[in-house]
Ligand binder design. Structure first.
Ligand code: AHR
Length: 613
């Protein structure tokens, strides 16, 4: 067939179509992109985060009676627990093996150790070493002298003499000492783009390699599953808790069943977006938790609306503004160029829809150029879904967030989902989607679905696969785009589809005409006696001029098909390893929202190939 491209007519711009969505589930941040190596560095783990936790989770001890959790003399009000260490005639040892039952440390690389300490009696010396499980020394012991009477940070760099993946940090306390300890950290000196408190280099490189146009953050349900009190352990995600010195960020219950240090906070996120060339797309809680029907009273919604306005100022405001100055003081005087903001995640209920307009109106009034994203709840097609779209149309949201995780067949059957969407009004933000597995078939199906997104770029503004990361030791959601452990990164096959589309995303759709006959070749590893079939989801596809040619033999013309469902054409003969089928297709009318696809294949060994219309 000949493809004729007509560039004279300008169709839809593809804009920022393909991006990524980061949520800290599967330990994507702590134990993942955020490269702190010590698990429970500030002794803040608790049962609210996870029923198996306590304040010493992740730590082990020698001479354990020397160690207690204290609360009376905290490092600061946001970091309330610490370790109170009091030894008698014996020394005591504190150990941590990180998130993956062993620290992965590489020979020749630098790691920064730090802790906060406050001696209650005399000054003392701590001995810090890293050993592997066979008690071999990976880092020669170093001593730090603790003498200030106040809480003080002590830090030094260490370089392993050999590589290990089962390292354990050991801190030895001398006999007859009494000292308070908090925020024990081991952090690689090398981070992505060498940012302080930066992100893990190999994982961030995998993101950059995608060429995403935007990055949605920080969730997901993580944003809107929580209580309304900003100081509560299980509060909704509040961005103001995530900036500034890490020891002043309150640890938080992550609704995915673990502790979130917030070490990877909003400043680090904006910085990462800049470093990978993606536009930020934050998601704000709307003062509403659809999981537990918690609602901030409408007459007390200002606090929540201000959070949104202040975040915009934090990202874009001049250093002379209140929040622009906070950003500048953190080291980034230039703006982060925030363009998108989502209010709510995957929202259902009147509780959200009555709160959304407060955010919408206040943000529109102060920042009219910010593109606002409304929510249509989970899974396309439900009753709430329509209500989300109604709200978006009523208030003039720029985009509406749609989410779906479905079987591959759903994606095939819904190839044309967006053909029928209106060309005017809010665009779709496909904020979460995946076909349910990480097999190559899922990836191919997603690729074909993405063609439908591109074709409808006038209606679909943004789209991102979800979830992004999975630490293989902590999988609580599958499929995912990128798997990793402490040593390596293993992108899924779906990742490569995303990469392909992001790398080669065009700027606008063009008109084209396909003339001639499409031709397909199947190469098999064995001869077969098969049947070929065509299938359509709607009764408006004619398959004509079907010509089958086996190797060099004479072409054989097969019967025309008018499809009302699956139809098979029997060959009743052995076919060779390479054969060609050509056919013409005519597709007329039909219900565009219903979609349709054409499969073409043989059944003898259960394999099918398909073309998507
Ligand atoms: O991506 C995983 C979860 O799926 C998100 O947190 C939520 O928005 C959706 O239900």
């Amino acid at each position: 067939p000949k493809l004729k491209i007509d560039t004279s007519r300008h169709l839809a711009a593809l804009g920022d179509l393909y991006g990524i969505f980061f949520e800290d589930l599967n330990h994507a941040a702590d134990g993942g992109l955020y490269p702190e190596m010590i698990q429970n560095r500030s002794f803040e783990f608790c049962k609210v985060d996870n029923a198996t936790y306590n304040a010493t989770f992740g730590w082990s001890f020698e001479n354990s009676q020397a160690f207690h959790i204290g609360e009376d003399d905290p490092l600061n009000t946001k970091n309330r627990h610490y370790l109170d260490v009091k030894t008698n005639e014996d020394a005591a040892v504190l150990m941590n093996a990180g998130f993956n039952d062993g620290l992965f440390l590489e020979k020749g690389k630098q790691y920064r150790f730090s802790l906060f300490a406050k001696p209650l009696d005399n000054h003392l010396k701590l001995k810090i070493a890293i050993l592997n499980s066979k008690n071999k020394q990976i880092v020669a012991p170093q001593e730090i002298l603790i003498e200030s009477k106040q809480w003080l940070k002590y830090t030094f760099s260490m370089e392993p003499t050999s590589t290990t993946d089962d390292g354990m940090i050991k801190i030895e306390f001398p006999p007859h000492c009494h000292v308070l300890v908090d925020m024990v950290s081991l952090f690689p000196v090398e981070t992505f783009k060498q940012r302080a408190n930066g992100v893990r280099k190999d994982l961030a490189e995998a993101l950059k390699a995608l060429h995403p146009k935007f990055m949605r953050f920080p969730g997901g349900c993580l944003v809107h599953d929580g209580t309304l009190n900003i100081d509560a352990r299980d509060s909704l995600y509040r961005w103001k808790n995530t900036i500034g010195p890490v020891e002043q960020r309150p640890a938080r219950r992550n609704n995915w069943g673990y502790n979130q240090t917030l070490g990877l906070g909003f400043y680090e996120y904006f910085q990462l977006c800049e470093d990978i060339g993606a536009k930020p797309l934050p998601v704000m809680a709307a003062g509403y938790d659809p999981h537990h029907q918690r609602k901030a009273p409408l007459d007390h919604l200002d606090e929540w609306v201000d959070d949104a306005l202040d975040l915009i100022e934090f990202a874009n405001g001049a250093p002379t503004t209140k929040w622009g100055k906070v950003r500048a003081d953190l080291g980034h005087p230039k703006p982060f160029h925030l363009e998108y903001l989502a209010i709510g995640n995957e929202e259902v209920g009147e509780g959200f829809r009555e709160r959304y307009p407060y955010f919408h109106k206040a943000i529109r009034a102060k920042y009219p150029s910010i593109k606002l994203i409304n929510s249509s709840g989970p899974f396309a097609g439900g009753g709430e879904f329509e209500l989300g779209w109604e709200s978006a149309k009523k208030y003039g949201s720029d985009l509406v967030d749609e989410h779906y995780y479905e079987a591959p067949n759903w994606f095939l059957a819904n190839q044309h989902r967006y053909d029928a969407y209106p060309k005017k009004g809010p665009q779709v933000f496909l904020g979460e989607y995946a076909s349910k597995d990480n097999k190559w078939y899922n990836a191919v199906v997603e690729a074909s679905y993405m063609l439908g997104l591109e074709r409808n770029a006038d209606k679909v503004g943004l789209a991102c696969y979800a979830p992004l990361f999975c630490n293989v030791k902590y999988a609580n959601w599958k499929p995912d785009l990128i798997f990793f452990d402490e040593k390596q990164v293993t992108p899924s096959v779906n990742y490569y589809v995303q990469k392909l589309f992001m790398h080669y995303q065009g700027t606008e759709n063009v008109d084209y005409k396909l003339t001639g006959t499409p031709e397909a070749k199947m190469i098999d590893d064995k001869p077969l006696n098969g049947q070929f079939g065509f299938e359509a989801d709607q009764a408006d596809i004619a398959v004509t001029n079907i010509v089958y040619q086996d190797g060099n033999q004479q072409p054989q013309r097969l019967a025309d098909q008018h499809l009302t469902g699956r139809k098979r054409i029997s060959l009743n003969k052995m076919v060779s390893q390479s054969y060609t089928i050509s056919f013409d297709l005519t597709k007329t009318g039909g219900r565009p929202d219903k979609g349709g696809h054409l499969f073409f294949g043989h059944q003898s060994d259960g394999n099918e190939m398909m073309w998507i219309l």
